[in-house]
Design a protein around this ligand. Structure first.
Ligand SMILES: [Zn+2]
Length: 74
């Protein structure tokens, strides 16, 4: 079994999904891309899937979006 298969097994059967650690690292960039209308899902593959399945990161995503929105309108 190669590394990729091991990782796939570790992360579950769904499409490539990131872990919380990666999520927190990339979330700033992801939200920034969302706000400029860029393809955030393409830039950070698996992050949306992670947000869908991880309430903690989904909450972080929401608060970061609110923060960026507030900055943009300030
Ligand atoms: Zn998470």
């Amino acid at each position: 079994m190669d590394l990729e298969q091991s990782l796939a097994r570790l992360l579950g059967p769904a499409e490539a999904e990131v872990e919380c650690e990666t999520c927190f690292t990339e979330l700033d960039r992801y939200v920034g891309l969302e706000f400029v209308g860029a393809d955030a899902d393409r830039a950070v593959p698996g992050l949306r899937a992670h947000l869908a399945g991880c309430p903690a990161c989904a909450e972080e995503h929401e608060s970061l979006r609110a923060l960026v929105a507030a900055e943009r309108t300030a």
